[in-house]
Design a protein. Structure first.
Lengths: 112, 113
């Protein structure tokens, strides 16, 4: 079964707007990571947030983590056409060897 | 900077054939992971190695096997290929406990015909 469920599954916004994607998970985690994937290409690590952190920033990215609700959000501010991609959250469980379990992904389309 | 290298980039095989995928992790990374991503699907964990020993196993068919060699490169061997094995296969490496996330390779696209 899927560890992570992402919401929405697809999102289309105008360039310059902000994009918010959400992720929920089921188990206790060490950390949660967000990855980006262009169609048919490799996964690119964007940001990692540890279970004892609540918010993290990296450039135009802001990630929040609510361990009580087992959810995370990824905010991309001032979106650009080049941000068009699929975004996945992935969790590293407490009991694991940091293997990642991926969510179902959000397909983000930025309209120029 | 060196990234995770996977070869080949593309592979076409017939049903019941065998395929070998290779992965060269980032130097000094001690953990290698293999993932399978079907069309429109999220990546699914197959198997991982820490310091050349298998450390975890996911939903990997018995027809698949993998190992990590003394130079830390890893190979995923797939036998008796089925049409459903067609997917992108990703290798990733990390430094266990490093807290920097994985570095993924560009993947091998396997097509079984």
């Amino acid at each position: 079964s899927q560890q992570g469920e992402e919401d929405p599954q697809a999102l289309s916004i105008q360039e310059g707007e902000n994009a918010t994607m959400n992720c929920s998970y089921k188990t206790s985690i060490n950390n949660l990571q967000w990855y980006r994937q262009n169609s048919g290409r490799g996964l690119v690590h964007l940001i990692l947030i540890r279970s004892n952190e609540r918010e993290k920033h990296s450039g135009r990215l802001r990630v929040t983590l609510d361990t009580s609700k087992k959810s995370s959000s990824l905010l991309i501010t001032a979106s650009r056409a080049a941000d068009t991609a699929s975004y996945f959250c992935a969790t590293a469980e407490v009991s694991g060897n940091e293997k990642l379990t991926f969510g179902t992904g959000t397909r983000l389309t930025i309209i120029p | 900077a060196a990234g995770v290298i996977q070869s080949p980039r593309h592979l076409i095989k017939e049903k019941r054939e065998t395929a070998t995928l290779k992965c060269y992790p980032i130097p000094r990374h001690d953990t290698v992971y293999w993932y399978q991503q079907g069309p429109g699907q999220d990546p699914q964990f197959l198997i991982s190695f820490y310091e050349k020993m298998q450390s975890d196993k996911g939903s990997i068919p018995d027809r698949f096997s993998a190992q990590q060699f003394s130079d830390y490169h890893s190979e995923l061997n797939m036998s008796s290929l089925e049409l459903g094995d067609s997917a992108l296969y990703f290798c990733a490496s990390s430094l266990l406990g490093g807290g920097y996330g994985y570095t993924f390779g560009s993947g091998t696209r396997l097509t079984v015909v």
